[in-house]
Each structure stands twice: as structure tokens, then as C-alpha cells.
Design a protein. Structure first.
Length: 272
């Protein structure tokens, strides 16, 4: 197992999303984890999907079915384009279908809040949704565990399936206290690889779909964790249709799509 922690910045254009912090845990890689990839899969990659506004949720499900690809969904109770929320009963059939297809699922926090710098050992959190949306909250470790666990309880109520023991912070921003709290209640944090940032949240006029697709096909390497959303409010030309040629192109180059290895579910690590 690689003993040292590698830290990096997101491989996004310098003008985009400047200042986003990454936790060092995002790039902890374990050789033993990779050994659990299927023997016939020499170049595995791992597709992960955060909820977002769900505008492209059905299309993405169709693309995954077309290519027989398994992904890991990180779930938050975000507001959707239908005016409801992603973990409302109105989305029950969608999540039941994805569960039946054998995908993976983790927590993306219940209220998709912004995690701010710890202050005197206290977690500072600003929810995006819910009654306290926009308010700065100070959470204990127990409070933060509840923010993660509430997703799991609702998802299991909808589907009968528990979450995998993984989570992803909104924006990928973690702090020492959030990582400590999540680990104490059984969750490992899963970030994405630099080349795996597919750019679906960047403005379409400056980062058109073809540019993002070509960049991904050139840059993605074996072991990378890819990240996109089931819907983005701010992008005028949705990226989701590009998942079709992306998956086809990567498969043509010898890559295969796998669920995150079991070792990553317990240690938040993958191999490169």
C-alpha cells in the first residue's frame, strides 16, 4: 500500500472554479485495491454521477443501459427540474430501476451544503436546500454523520438497498473534521481524478461539449475516477449526451467501466 498522501489541484482550466480546495484524501491510491478489478479488465475506469438538478437523469440511465456500464451515484436531496427533490417519493421508481441494474450508491450529504473551513474543531456547513438553506451552521461530528446518514435512510426506504460506505462532499471540498466525522460513522470519501473531471458544470460558451469530450478522451488513464452530474442548472448545452461517445471512445481504446473496488469502499483508495 502506498504510504504517502498525494495532494493535487483539480485539473480544470485555470479560469474555471478557481479556489476549489481538494482534500489530500482525494488522491490516496492503494495497489491492493486495484488488484480487485476483474482479471480481464486491464484498463478500468470508474464513472461516478452526482445528483444535481436531475434534468439528464433519464438520458444518462439510457446511455448506461446501452453500453452496459455500471456507475456509482452520489446522492443528495437536491431540488430537481420538476420542482421536487431527488430523494422524494416521486423519484422512487428511478432509484429502484438503478438499484436493479446493479449500480453503486453513496452519500452526497442530505442538503448538499457547502463545507467551510473548520473553526476550533467545529464543522461549518451552509446548506443549499431545506429550511436552513443559506444559513451558516456549526455542526458536531454527530450532526455531520446525520447529514450523511439521512441520505442512506431515505434511499433504503425507497429501494430496500443500503448505501455503500462512501461519500462525496459537494464540490469535493472536505476538511479534517468532516473526514474524521465521516470515518467515525463508517464512510470513506471518494473524490475524482484530475482527468476525470468531465466539465459538465462549466459554461457551454467557453467549454463546448466537443472540447470537453476530446479532452477527456485524450487525458483519461487507467484507474481514473470520472465525475459528472445527473443535471446542471447553469450549463445551457447539457453535457450528458456526450457520455455516449465518451463511453464508446474509451471502450474502443481498451478501457472498461467498473464499479469502485471493494477496497475503495472501506479505505477511500484506488490504485494507479
Amino acid at each position: 500500500m502506498i504510504g504517502r498522501i498525494l495532494s493535487s489541484t483539480l485539473a480544470k482550466p485555470a479560469s474555471a472554479l478557481v479556489g476549489v480546495l481538494m482534500s489530500a484524501s482525494a488522491f490516496l491510491w492503494s495497489v491492493s485495491a486495484m488488484a480487485q478489478a476483474p482479471a480481464g479488465c486491464a484498463k478500468p475506469v470508474y464513472l461516478t454521477l452526482d445528483t444535481g438538478g436531475m434534468q439528464s437523469a433519464e438520458l444518462i440511465a439510457q446511455i448506461l443501459q446501452k453500453h452496459q456500464v455500471k456507475a456509482t451515484f452520489f446522492l443528495a436531496n437536491e431540488k430537481t427540474f420538476r420542482g421536487d427533490h431527488a430523494l422524494d417519493d416521486s423519484w422512487k421508481s428511478y432509484w429502484q430501476a438503478r438499484t436493479a441494474e446493479g449500480h453503486g450508491f453513496g452519500s452526497h450529504t442530505w442538503r448538499h451544503g457547502r463545507i467551510l473551513a473548520d473553526q476550533a474543531g467545529v464543522i461549518r456547513y451552509r446548506p443549499q436546500f431545506g429550511e436552513q438553506a443559506g444559513q451558516l451552521m456549526r455542526l458536531t461530528a454527530t450532526d455531520f454523520c446525520e447529514e450523511l446518514n439521512r441520505v442512506g435512510r431515505q434511499f433504503e426506504r425507497l429501494t430496500g438497498r443500503p448505501l455503500d460506505p462512501i461519500w462525496r462532499a459537494p464540490g469535493g471540498i472536505t476538511t479534517p473534521e468532516t473526514l474524521r466525522a465521516a470515518k467515525a460513522c463508517g464512510y470513506a470519501h471518494i473524490h475524482w481524478s484530475p482527468a476525470g473531471f468531465l466539465g459538465d458544470e462549466l459554461p457551454s460558451d467557453r467549454y463546448p461539449n466537443r472540447m470537453l469530450l476530446d479532452q477527456a478522451l485524450r487525458s483519461i488513464r487507467s484507474g481514473d475516477i470520472l465525475m459528472a452530474h445527473l443535471g446542471i442548472w447553469s450549463r445551457s448545452d447539457p453535457y450528458a449526451p456526450m457520455l455516449d461517445p465518451l463511453i464508446a471512445g474509451l471502450k474502443a481504446s481498451g478501457f472498461c467501466f467498473e464499479l469502485l473496488p471493494q477496497a475503495s469502499l472501506s479505505r477511500g483508495r484506488l490504485a494507479r
